[in-house]
Design a protein around this ligand. Structure first.
Ligand SMILES: [Zn+2]
Length: 386
């Protein structure tokens, strides 16, 4: 039997199409929508009335329209019709951010709260989140969900931690927070949050490897514009590839020796020092600092080359260190890679992160925003490719 589309589905589809068009264009008139989507004026008019009545869009003043040669009412989406909350759980603190439907941060807050795997900790975190939400007068139904960015590997369904060596929280369940919060909750591996933010802000990224150069090394694989989670939830965990052996291999937090984490993470480069001080020395030409930086860039270049041999995709350098990288550093990396790779290819695959600030926390919230925008009628929980 052939598939047929019902009048109800056509109606829902038109509503979504009109909403998407307004969303993408910011401010549009009824005539613009009708013309662009090839929908009749009465169809567009009735949908606009319904969308406005439901609170999804609003009349945003008048605007010029070429089609009728005079001003017409402009419609925009209500950006905070729904919001999502991103929470970054760190060893000593908690970061919270609310983002609107355009992925724009509404507010950011940081609290000192040492992590511990206990019910009391989950209760306190949930209290902080509820306070944060009520300070912004978000109604419960306005909040799509809470994304918790964890320094850990997450089960493919986002409900539990399958490997948490940094915070020692393997087996931790998102339900521990969820029992205190009236919203859907999900875990996300922190570099995946950062990668999601990157995709959001750069439409041209469809396939890429995101490398997070922060206190710890991490990454995410982007395939078809989505995060690819892998069969067992440990996709793109190149930080544990062994690159040093014997006496020169340092111990990694995973318990093994010589992992990329031990030579390529920010803590491998700086220990407990602040990057601001180090880069001031590098950029002012202080010999010791320059040598240290060049050594690190050499190691980073060889790591990028090895990964690029496996995955012939763009490599995005993000994380805390990314903001200090210059175009000159990238040229240096290409010069190392040129020596190391057998392929004579365009030097166009290393990209610097476009949004290092709050990217993990924003990304944790974006999973919910994406799911909402994909279908404005349902509140499906976010999913990812596995
Ligand atoms: Zn390791």
């Amino acid at each position: 039997m052939g598939k047929s589309i019902t009048p109800k589905q056509i109606k829902a589809n038109n509503r979504q199409l009109i909403y998407d068009y307004i969303y993408e264009n910011g401010k549009v008139s009824q005539q613009d929508i009708s013309y662009a989507l090839r929908l009749s004026r009465p169809t567009v008019a009735s949908n606009l009335v319904a969308l406005e009545a439901d609170g999804l869009i609003y009349k945003n003043g008048m605007q010029d329209t070429e089609l009728i040669g005079r001003k017409a009412v402009g419609y925009s989406i209500v950006a905070d019709y729904r919001v999502a909350i991103g929470v970054e759980v760190r060893s000593r603190k908690l970061k919270m951010i609310a983002v609107d439907l355009y992925g724009k941060p509404v507010d950011f807050e940081e609290k000192g709260l040492p992590f511990e795997m206990s019910d009391e900790y989950c209760r306190r975190v949930s209290e902080e989140i509820r306070d944060f939400i009520s300070r912004h007068d978000f109604r419960d139904e306005q909040v799509l969900g809470i994304g918790f960015a964890m320094q850990a590997l997450i089960s493919t369904d986002g409900t539990s931690i399958v490997y948490g060596a940094i915070l020692n929280n393997t087996g931790f369940k998102v339900e521990c927070f969820g029992r205190y919060l009236p919203y859907p909750c999900t875990f996300i591996h922190d570099p995946e949050g950062a990668a999601l933010t990157e995709i959001w802000h750069s439409q041209r990224i469809t396939n890429a490897l995101y490398i997070s150069l922060s206190q710890h090394l991490g990454g995410a694989l982007i395939a078809d514009g989505m995060i690819r989670g892998g069969k067992h939830g440990h996709n793109a965990t190149f930080e544990h590839i062994q690159v040093r052996y014997g006496a020169e291999a340092k111990k990694c937090y995973c318990g093994r020796y010589g992992c990329l984490e031990t030579v390529c993470s920010m803590s491998a480069l700086l220990g407990d020092d602040q990057p601001e001080d180090f880069f001031e020395a590098v950029r002012s030409g202080e010999a010791g600092a320059v040598e240290k930086w060049n050594d690190y860039l050499g190691i980073l270049s060889r790591m990028v080359n090895n990964l690029h041999l496996v995955l012939d995709v763009d490599v995005i350098l993000g994380g805390h260190l990314a903001q200090f990288l210059t175009e000159q550093d990238v040229r240096f990396m290409y010069s190392v890679i040129r020596e190391a790779t057998p392929f004579d290819e365009e030097e166009d695959f290393i990209l610097l992160s476009r949004m290092p600030r709050h990217n993990i926390t924003v990304g944790a919230a974006l999973t919910y925003i994406q799911a909402f925008l994909a279908d404005i009628e349902t509140r499906d929980t976010p999913s990812r490719l596995s």
